[in-house]
Design a protein around this ligand. Structure first.
Ligand SMILES: NC(=O)c1ccc[n+]([C@@H]2O[C@H](COP(=O)([O-])OP(=O)(O)OC[C@H]3O[C@@H](n4cnc5c(N)ncnc54)[C@H](OP(=O)(O)O)[C@@H]3O)[C@@H](O)[C@H]2O)c1
Length: 278
């Protein structure tokens, strides 16, 4: 990964942190993007000291805010002439329906619209790289969105369920990844990292989620294992030129029928453009 410039979102914890650290260890010039300046500073220092990497920089942004997504992209543009790899990874589940600063349901704002808008804003830098890759961290939870994207109520104004909204957002990650290939020709892929023992879900405090996340370590893999497919898609020569695929365990994996719906992917793109108009 020497001379490769890599941007990883949600790089201060869990899968994103390991992804950033291991790509830095492999020689990449890494730019972390996360919402806490303190955690970014700590993570950057930790990566430098653990890997000896010379260049670990960071940009602070709450990616659920479109103003901050745009500002983060501008800051990266000032730091770097191109991006070789963009890892869209920051994501969360919200047991209670919450609203972003833009007035958008949080799961949709953070898990889907931030991937869409950040990638759009960084397109000139991605196109400036000889063979840019976009890695979109999705989830097997996309299978839960059996009926596809709820175009009549993407923000779950009615009958909100945290897992249903999460599943829909992870389906959107795959549809976006595929449509990005169709519209730009970029080598974009999506992935399921496995069930991973991270901070995922710990922002929630209902008794059921507390119980779930207490038991979570018993049936989950380590963040090191959970980051393998992201690292593979970001760096392996074996996937040079591969695009529009979904991976798990570093191998192509089946998706739900809804994730194969090209018309839904095109419609989602148009809706996302509308929802991110500055
Ligand atoms: N863990 C799993 O079992 C699992 C399974 C399938 C898919 N995934 C996906 O994997 C990705 C990473 O999740 P994880 O398990 O590593 O979770 P995590 O440990 O909670 O890490 C999430 C990262 O995203 C950052 N983040 C959260 N909200 C943000 C915001 N508004 N703006 C900017 N950054 C924000 C967090 O920052 P802070 O450190 O400030 O919180 C953290 O760095 C997510 O897209 C998730 O959907 C996870």
């Amino acid at each position: 990964m020497k001379n490769k410039i890599v941007v990883v979102t949600g790089a201060t914890a869990g899968i994103g942190q390991v992804t950033a650290r291991e790509l830095a260890r492999a020689g990449a010039d890494v730019i972390l993007v996360s919402r806490s300046a303190e955690k970014c500073e700590q993570t950057a220092q930790q990566i430098r000291s653990e890997t000896g990497a010379a260049s670990v920089r960071f940009v602070v942004a709450d990616l659920s805010s479109q103003v901050q997504v745009r500002r983060a992209a501008q800051e990266i543009t000032a730091l770097s002439p191109r991006i070789d790899v963009l890892v869209n990874n920051a994501g969360a589940i919200f047991d209670q329906r919450a609203i972003s600063t833009d007035g958008i349901e949080m799961t949709w704002a953070l898990n889907h619209l931030s991937y869409f808008l950040f990638t759009q804003e960084l397109l000139p830098l991605l196109k400036a790289a000889p063979a840019a890759r976009v890695v979109n961290v999705s989830s097997g939870a996309h299978f839960m969105a059996r009926g596809g994207i709820r175009f009549d109520d993407v923000q779950f104004a009615n009958a909100y369920s945290g897992w249903a909204a999460y599943g829909q957002s992870k389906l959107a990650n795959i549809l976006f990844s595929n449509e990005l290939v169709r519209r730009t020709g970029l080598a974009s892929n999506a992935l399921h990292p496995g069930a991973v023992n991270t901070s995922f879900g710990r922002n929630n405090s209902t008794p059921l989620s507390k119980l779930l996340y207490k038991l979570w370590p018993l049936f989950t893999i380590s963040p090191e294992k959970g980051a393998r497919t992201s690292i593979y898609l970001a760096s392996s020569p074996l996937v040079e030129g591969v695009a529009g695929r979904y991976f798990a365990d570093c191998k192509p994996a089946p998706t739900s029928p809804a994730a194969k719906d090209a018309a839904a992917a095109a419609r989602l793109w148009t809706l996302s453009e509308t929802m991110t108009q500055g």
